[in-house]
Write a protein that binds this ligand. Structure first.
Ligand code: SF4
Ligand code: SF4
Length: 82
């Protein structure tokens, strides 16, 4: 359910098809703080900015109360995939 293209205009946070994931936007300063904090090793250094693998990110469920990467990021450039 809720996987139609029109849902992307919906401002309400949604989980599409059971996907739990966060993403890093272009404000990333490549500090590397998030990478070692990820319990599923989903964060790697990309060509320009760090990247979260949406296939393995579990939003830290079962590990931390809140997404750990988002918590440690100094520039708040990590957001939930909606
Ligand atoms: S939310 Fe948790 S599991 Fe997902 S990338 Fe961040 S630290 Fe890793
Ligand atoms: S903590 Fe934030 S700024 Fe640092 S590498 Fe990760 S996403 Fe980029």
């Amino acid at each position: 359910m809720r996987c139609g293209a029109s849902d992307f205009d919906d401002p309400t946070p949604l989980i599409y098809g059971g996907t739990l994931a966060l993403y890093i936007n272009e404000d990333c300063i490549n500090c590397g703080a998030c990478e070692p904090e990820c319990p599923t090793n989903s964060i790697t250094e990309g060509e320009e900015i760090y990247i979260i693998d949406a296939a393995t990110c579990i939003e830290c469920e079962g590990h931390f109360d809140v997404p750990r990467c988002k918590e440690v990021c100094p520039v708040e450039c990590i957001f939930k995939v909606e």
